[in-house]
Design a binder for this molecule. Structure first.
Ligand SMILES: [Fe+2]
Ligand SMILES: [Fe+2]
Length: 284
């Protein structure tokens, strides 16, 4: 799918391999089945010096909305339709996460191979998470496309100019907050008797720890530390730390993800000076 590209001198700095081809196809595919399918199990990269910037294409089954979501209360989940709507939103968060990993893989070709291969590995997890949510959605009598989706992560993440900014926002930020969101929704699902819904939250919460650790390690690799002020400065405006934490910080899981305690204490204590975007109710 990727066309050969030439620089001003007519050279070809771009010899895409199967992973580059997959990543671009994944972002641009109109096929829901392709979006559900994992990347190829390949560990070699093609030669790529030029960053590719692109936006996701939405399969016809998905209606995109710009309407901001209303916050959800536990009691609302007693309605099967409302619960399905929440599960659908989480499915779409996973889809955006997978697409964004593929996007970052193409957008930051100067990053070390180990990092870029890690992005593909995480995309594989996110696609598997989509499958967990889609199965549960079907158990609730609904299907993908029954509710509109808002590409909020995309709107913000693609303003990241550097891989450090991407890691700060998506990996340490949204995926970090998901450590808290999955615990809250797990207890809510369990509280209304939806055991399978709770188990999925538990599993995804556990698996996201590795994603947050991946981002934190690479942030440290680039910046030399895991410093709160530096992290804030890397967030794409108008994103603030308020959006990137749950109500009660999961120190245990975040420390497993190698976020230092001083960083977490500052994250927990941070207060906004002005209004910001409403937080999404779950990450990836
Ligand atoms: Fe993740
Ligand atoms: Fe995920």
């Amino acid at each position: 799918m990727i066309q050969e590209q030439r620089d001003a001198k007519g050279n070809t700095p771009f010899e895409p391999g199967p992973l580059e081809d997959w990543a671009l196809s994944y972002v641009l595919s109109k096929s829901l089945d392709f979006k559900r399918s994992p990347p190829p199990s390949i560990k070699e990269l093609g030669h790529m010096e030029l960053p590719i910037d692109c936006r996701p294409v939405r399969p016809a089954e998905l209606e995109v909305t710009s309407a901001k979501p209303k916050s959800v209360k536990q009691g609302a989940l007693l309605s099967v339709k409302k619960r399905a709507e929440v599960v659908h939103k989480f499915w779409h968060h996973e889809l955006q996460a997978a697409e964004l990993m593929a996007w970052a893989f193409l957008r930051f070709p100067e990053a070390p191979d180990e990092l870029r291969l890690g992005l593909i590995r995480i995309a594989r997890d996110e696609i598997r998470h989509m499958g967990l949510y889609e199965t549960h959605l079907q158990e609730l009598g609904h299907k993908v496309g029954d509710f509109p989706v808002r590409d909020w992560f995309w709107e913000r993440a693609t303003t990241c100019e550097t891989i450090v900014s991407f890691l700060a926002f998506i990996g340490m930020g949204l995926e970090g907050a998901n450590l808290e969101h999955t615990e809250r929704f797990g207890s809510w699902f369990r509280g209304i008797g939806d055991v399978r819904g709770a188990e999925i939250q538990d599993q995804i919460g556990r698996e996201e720890v590795a994603h947050v650790r991946f981002a934190t390690r690479w942030f440290k690799y680039y910046t030399g530390d895991v410093d709160f002020e530096r992290w804030c400065n890397e967030l794409p405006p108008p994103i603030s730390p308020l959006l990137l934490r749950g109500k009660k910080l999961r120190y245990d899981l975040r420390e497993k993800a190698e976020m230092p305690k001083p960083f977490l204490e500052k994250l927990e204590a941070w207060q906004p000076e002005a209004a910001h975007d409403p937080p999404p109710c779950s990450g990836s």
